[in-house]
Design a protein around this ligand. Sequence first.
Ligand code: ADP
Length: 491
Amino acid sequence: MIKRVLVANRGEIAIRIMRACRELGLTSIAVYSEADKDALFAKYAEEAYYIGPAPATESYLNIKKIIEVSKECKADAIHPGYGFLAENPSFAYACEKEGIKFIGPSSRVLELMGNKVAARKEMKKAGVPVVPGTDECVTDFGLAREIAIHIGYPVICKPAGGGGGIGMAIVNSEGELREALESSRSIAHSTFGLPDVYIEKYISHPRHIEFQILADSHGNVIHLGERECSIQRRHQKLIEESPSPVLTPQLRAEMGAAAIKAARWVSYEGAGTMEFLYSDGKYYFLEANTRVQVEHPVTEMVTGIDIVKEQIRIASGLPLGTRQDEVRANGWAIECRINAEDPLNNFAPSPGKLRGYRSPGGIGIRVDSGVHTRYTIPPIYDPMISKLIAWGRDRHEAIARMRRALYEYVILGVKTNIPFHKAVMENPQFVAGDLSTHFIDSVPTLVEDMKGIIEREKPLEEKLSQIFDEKKKIAAIAAAAVLSQMSRPKT
Ligand code: ADP
């Protein structure tokens, strides 16, 4: 049985995992870098160990060191969270070799699904529809040209070992192909250490719809419905929701069955996500994510199933706690990723010290964060402050609640993308559920709306700043008073 879980991650996801451990009565062990000495997650854990300097390669990506600490502190399992080593087959293999349970699929599955070309091939064999494209990596321009003509422009060049939307290049016509192929290969090489690139049909204005699956070691595989993650910037998700406004029950059942088929085909074990692009009633497998996703809370809010606990149960060899026919989606949940970014400066990271922090609450609101008042967001890692999740009985209520919560949220000292989220939540196209991965570009008024919101709230922000600068006790009372007068969202 798993008793001691080392969390090989930081920030909000480390706390999220430790919360599950605490509920299960397990001991959680944090590992932290120099930059995270004072971070909340290192304090939340029952035990915490320093693993090295701030650069991730010397701490959160240092396999040798993490394994060493795990052995020393007698951890019997490692939860990798997302990012860092979560999808690294060598790390999973090192855990397997040392007899430490890696909370996730086997190194074999990570290896297979981590290479998008290999994963596409397997999915085709399994009978899951994939985006039309190549089955092999493409190095040669002549071959790329033939393939692109065969698929039909526009096409997209994508790194086989990629992630985070990095290195993808859209090609509208033959004239752009050579440069796109070269740039994609060079970015793939420098970022992922693998120059392999493949070519797919570029689906114009698709929706990103993914299915959460859970698979145990007894052959049970279920899905927990879908999440729509079409609101993206630079191919990176910003707002996610469950369910998707576009899926019919029939299509949901069909895509859910395809996701289960995909998981079964590779003997998947653990929690995972099958990502699809959806366009005009058709869906295409995009890639598999072999870990807990950033956006997992929206699924938890509608199904009531704790995905991290399920991961730990599965890793302990227990059967799934829920049968497919027991999975019920109740209401609607939306998540906004709250980042320390400057929305008026092309969303450039805005790390620094929080001078004031007050997170929203009330019915249907969940905030997964790793920060606290006076916390300094280090410039070296991802600038996410928190994930704000709103649940409602229907989409309308979830949106209204999200708006209300965004207006309650006080973050002073750094710039955040909250004005962006407010503008989206008030946008009629979003409210109508008319989404695509091009949503942000297709709403030209969004930037102006956002500027208007920032302008409108300037006096309030100044007032709050003054208050938070005063002594803490007075600040708490005064902040509450100001909050009660806050500019209200349009309803
Ligand atoms: P990554 O692993 O780098 O995040 P994905 O394959 O998951 O890359 O794609 C991320 C996003 O990029 C998708 O959600 C979608 O917006 C866009 N994208 C990827 N492939 C295509 C495609 N073939 N057609 C249209 N958009 C695509």
